[in-house]
Each structure stands twice: as structure tokens, then as C-alpha cells.
Design a protein around this ligand. Structure first.
Ligand code: SAM
Length: 217
């Protein structure tokens, strides 16, 4: 199987369906090899637009969801980004590709084995210089590296965690699925000084955010 051809085909389909519109996001998703972020046994499915199992009951998000989230974040080169829910490292690599060369992505993953695998994936794909994986409860954010220009949460929470709001830079944007266990709304939070403006971007389904400011431990 020629993964490069398969990737181009998938990106073309995401553009045709309207999920991908911004040239920098299209370029990033054309470049990042998703097949290197899924377990070897299922690499043939890497360019199907669907979530895939990465072990420990967790998933790599569907490409159209990564496209929606990265477009909504409005990333620019040089930005400092926090991702909560690193999983395979794929989504972080796509964001890293856009904020390169002077920006950085800090990605927190609570399951150590997944974090170790994500580090290997990022190294193999050439993103270990721009993405740092940290093991821990990302619902508390990552105070030592705050403030962040952008925060992207890839797991569903019952509400917007207060520490994440406080770690957002002025004019920053935070994206998070909020709702019940089986269905959530993707919420965009924009910080203007100490005011937080919320916009509902529509329905989505994510695995739960497990942690102090998520669904508990
Ligand atoms: N962004 C990932 C990717 O590109 O593969 C997919 C993320 S997956 C849908 C959600 C991840 O969030 C899981 O790996 C899960 O272990 C992690 N997670 C859940 N609660 C967390 C928390 N409090 N802190 C950090 N990671 C968490």
C-alpha cells in the first residue's frame, strides 16, 4: 500500500466535504504521516476517516475531527500550545507542523504506556523537537509552561476546567468537548483580558477526560 497516495486521497476528500479549508492546515495534514501514529497491525486503515484503537481503551481521533479542531484553533507559527489527551501524538504533530519552527506543543497524556508510544511515534515521524509529551492529569493544565496561546482538549469534560481557563493567554483560544459521557458539544472559549466568550461549534463524541477537573479519577 502506498501510504502517501492514500493520505493525499483522504485529504482531498476532507477538502471536498468542507472539513478542511485553510491552506496551512491542509498542508500540515498532507505532511504528517498518520500511519506512523497507529498500531502496526492496523496501518492499512490509517487513511480511512475514522477513529482507530490505540490500546488501553483509547483512540486516535478521526481525521475530520482533527481537521475541525485545528481549523477552529487558528494556529500560527511561533505559538505555544497545550494539548490535553496526547493519545498517539498525531494531533499534536499536526499542530506542531503549523507552529513550527519557533512555537511548541506541550501534550499531556495520563496513561504512561500511551505517552511512551506517542514519544516513539513523534520521533519516528520527525516531530520530537516541536512536541513535548508529559505524563499526568491534563485537566489541571501545565502551570509551569503557562500561559498558552492555544489549548486543545481531546477528551470530553463535564465543564470547562477552571485551571485551563486561567492558563490561557490574553486573546487565547481553548477548544474542549463538553457534555455527557456519550455526546458532547465542541466549545470554543476565547479569552479577552478576564472575559471568557463561549461559542458552541456543534456536536461531537470523545472519550472522557479522567481527572480532577474532568470526570474524577
Ligand atoms: N489527540 C489524540 C491523538 O491524536 O491520538 C487522541 C486523544 S484520545 C481521543 C483522548 C486521550 O485523552 C486518551 O489517550 C486518554 O488517555 C487521554 N486522557 C483522558 N483524560 C486525561 C487527562 N486528565 N489528562 C491527560 N490525558 C487524558
Amino acid at each position: 500500500m502506498d501510504f502517501d497516495i492514500e493520505r493525499k486521497r483522504m485529504i482531498r476528500s476532507l477538502v471536498e466535504k468542507g472539513y478542511l479549508t485553510k491552506p496551512d492546515v491542509i498542508k500540515a495534514m498532507e505532511k504528517v504521516p498518520r500511519h506512523l501514529f497507529v498500531p502496526e497491525g492496523i496501518r492499512r486503515s490509517a487513511y480511512i476517516d475514522t477513529p482507530l484503537s490505540i490500546g488501553e481503551g483509547q483512540t486516535i481521533s478521526a481525521p475530520h475531527m482533527v481537521a475541525i479542531m485545528v481549523e477552529a484553533l487558528d494556529l500560527r507559527p511561533g505559538m505555544k500550545v497545550l494539548e490535553v489527551g496526547g493519545g498517539s501524538g498525531y494531533h499534536a504533530a499536526v499542530m506542531g507542523e503549523i507552529v513550527r519552527p519557533d512555537g511548541h506543543v506541550y501534550s499531556v497524556e495520563r496513561i504512561e504506556s500511551l505517552a511512551e508510544r506517542a514519544k516513539k511515534n513523534l520521533k519516528e515521524a520527525g516531530y520530537d523537537d516541536i512536541v513535548t509529551i508529559v505524563v499526568g492529569d491534563g485537566s489541571k493544565g501545565l502551570g509551569e509552561f503557562a500561559p498558552f496561546d492555544r489549548i486543545c482538549v481531546a477528551a470530553a469534560a463535564p465543564g470547562v476546567p477552571e485551571p485551563l481557563k486561567q492558563q490561557l493567554a490574553d486573546d487565547g483560544k481553548l477548544l474542549i468537548p463538553v457534555g455527557g459521557r456519550w455526546y458532547q458539544d465542541l466549545i470554543l472559549v476565547e479569552r479577552k483580558q478576564n472575559k471568557f466568550l463561549q461559542t458552541n461549534l456543534g456536536g461531537c463524541v470523545f472519550v472522557p477526560l479522567i481527572g480532577e477537573y474532568g470526570y474524577g479519577n
